[in-house]
Structures are given as structure tokens and as C-alpha cells.
Write a protein that binds this ligand. Structure first.
Ligand code: GLV
Length: 327
């Protein structure tokens, strides 16, 4: 009997075909997320699952003695997984690191540029037929080259952004992270470690690239926004919940910071209604890794994690270690 694999959301046909060689696959090619009870029921009938970052895997959906042996997330972030609960239940967790680093860094830079240079705001103005003449101050924004970029969270994506900023745009790069990079990596990124307060106060553009956890919940809220320069921009490509979106909307409304570029939101796909009304914010629907090539690489790696687990007993990019014997 082939193991049964549940693919939680629509995915590339080639990835389904690859899985179908070794597994009995249940797909969900319609763009419709299962309700929590249906999701838990489906998980209970499968040996492995390929999830997106929106599909929870935790004690509640797994139950006490799950049939499930592996959940392979098609994302580098994994705050949808309760990894300790999965480990206790003997479920391997995996994610898709590395394959999306450069693409996501590109997008982070695109959001910095779009926000600082007011690209969507000016496009709406043009499309609305409001452009009557050239004006010296029309959509004058903030300088990007030569300015100071603050990076909160200095993992692979943070470092890739730092390299673009320092080498491509002549920016001064400062960062804050739980742990400081070693000297070689700091030199490659031309980045200087600072405390969080200095980061907030000195950055012309502050980009968030840290993982979501209880510790990082609302780590940018009213108090932190108050420390930023009134000319600064805030960019979030990390996870919703890291920023207090209500506090951000208020700060933008009161022009306490100049602008924000957001790809992720608290409670997405809902977006705080006040953010939707503001002109000085660029909003994208969680697409930082969305190039065809990178999304295919992510889906392939997630599928390869499942294939490796069932054929060789271990995932390629696991997040936990589970006692042997369940494969
Ligand atoms: C996307 O948000 C990811 O974590 O890969």
C-alpha cells in the first residue's frame, strides 16, 4: 500500500505528478482552504502532508496518536507549525530554506524602493486622471541610495538584503539580531551590529526579516514607531503579527513615519481597514517569494522532503528530530 499524502492547497501539476509516483495523493486544486474540522479530519487520514504557511499543524489538529508522520511546509517560515507538539507526537516537520532567499531579498528591496519613491501612490494619482502638469514637489519621496538601512533579523534573507543595499546602493547598513554575525559575514554584508533602539532611531528605511514567535509578537508597536524618524519608512516582509498593524496605521495617519511597505499582515488575508485607506502605504498580498522559478523550487523541495522521508527515513531540510521507527 502506498503511503497517503495530503496536499493542502493548489500546487504545480508537475509536483503532484512527482508525488503520485510513490504515493496515493489527495490534492486540493480548488482554491478553497478547508475549515478547521475538515482539515483535522483530512490530516487524520493521511501519512504525510504538504502544507503552505497558512495551514496549521498543532496538537489540536493532530490529536493524541496521529497517523501523520511528516508535514512539509512550502515556506521558510513555519509559525503555522507547533514544532514541539509535532515532535512529541512523532511528526517530522520540514520547511524550504535557501531556495527563496535571493528572490525574497529582491522583493524586500522592491518594497523599499516602491515605498520610499511613492510608486503606488503616484500610479493611483495618474490612473485617476489627476496629473495635469509637472511640479517640482510632485510625489517627492525619500532617498534610497546613500541612506541608512536598518535590518531587524539578520538571517539568510537579511544578509542578502544587506549585500544589495551596501554594494548596489551605497547604503550604510545597520542591523539588530538575537545574535551578532561573525566578523567575516559582517564584512561581506558591510553591516554594523547595533542595539534595537539605535536601529529604530537611525534607520531611514527599516526592514523586518525576523521570524514570528511569541517573543517577536508586536515587536514593532506604538513605542517603537515613536522612536523612528518622521521621514523613515517601515517595510515588513517577515510575518504578520510582528508589527502591531493598528499602531502602524495610526502612526502613518499622523505622519509620525513617512510610509510603510507591507507584504504580510496580522490575520491575513484580512488587512487592517485603516491601512487600506492610507495613501502612504504600499500593500502586497504575501508575494515576496513569488516568482515562477522560486515557487516551483519551494514546491519541489517540500515534495522532496516527503519523498526522502518515506524512501530514506529522513527529510532533507527538517526542523525537528523525531525518534526513529515511525517511517
Ligand atoms: C513565506 O512567507 C515563507 O515563509 O516562505
Amino acid at each position: 500500500m502506498k503511503p497517503k499524502i495530503l496536499v493542502a492547497r493548489p500546487i504545480f501539476e508537475s509536483v503532484l505528478q512527482k508525488l503520485a509516483v510513490s504515493f496515493e495523493v489527495t490534492d486540493n486544486q480548488i482554491d478553497h482552504a478547508w475549515e478547521p474540522a475538515e482539515w483535522a479530519r483530512q490530516l487524520g487520514q493521511h501519512d504525510g502532508t504538504l502544507t503552505t504557511g497558512s495551514d496549521p499543524v498543532n496538537a489540536l489538529v493532530l490529536g493524541p496518536q496521529p497517523r501523520l508522520k511528516i508535514a512539509a511546509n512550502m515556506a521558510v517560515g513555519f509559525n503555522n507549525f507547533d514544532v514541539p507538539a509535532m515532535t512529541s507526537a512523532g511528526v517530522v516537520a520540514s520547511n524550504t530554506p535557501d531556495v527563496l532567499t535571493e528572490t525574497t531579498a529582491d522583493f524586500g528591496f522592491a518594497l523599499i524602493m516602491a515605498t520610499a519613491r511613492r510608486m503606488t501612490e503616484s500610479e493611483h494619482f495618474l490612473r485617476a486622471g489627476l496629473w495635469k502638469q509637472w511640479r517640482y514637489d510632485m510625489f517627492a519621496g525619500a532617498e534610497v541610495h546613500g541612506s541608512t538601512l536598518g535590518i531587524l533579523g539578520m538571517g539568510r534573507i537579511g544578509q542578502a538584503i544587506a549585500k544589495r543595499a551596501a554594494h548596489g546602493f551605497g547604503m550604510e547598513v545597520i542591523y539588530h539580531n538575537r545574535s551578532r554575525l561573525d566578523a567575516d559575514k559582517e564584512a561581506q554584508c558591510k553591516a554594523r551590529f547595533v542595539d534595537k533602539q539605535t536601529l529604530l532611531q537611525s534607520a531611514d528605511h527599516l526592514i523586518l526579516v525576523l521570524p514570528y514567535s511569541h517573543a517577536s509578537h508586536h515587536c514593532i508597536g506604538a513605542a517603537e514607531l515613536a522612536q523612528m524618524k518622521p521621514t523613515a519608512t517601515l517595510i515588513n516582509i517577515a510575518r504578520g503579527g510582528i508589527v502591531d498593524d493598528a499602531a502602524l496605521a495610526q502612526a502613518l495617519l499622523e505622519k509620525r513615519i513617512a510610509g510603510a511597505g507591507l507584504d504580510v499582515y496580522e490575520g491575513e488575508p484580512s488587512v487592517h481597514p485603516e491601512l487600506l485607506k492610507l495613501p502612504n502605504v504600499v500593500l502586497t498580498p504575501h508575494i515576496a517569494s513569488a516568482t515562477v522559478k522560486t515557487r516551483l523550487a519551494m514546491a519541489d523541495l517540500a515534495a522532496d522532503n516527503i519523498i526522502a522521508f518515506f524512501s530514506r527515513g529522513h527529510a532533507l531540510t527538517p526542523l525537528n528530530t523525531v525518534a526513529a521507527g515511525r517511517a
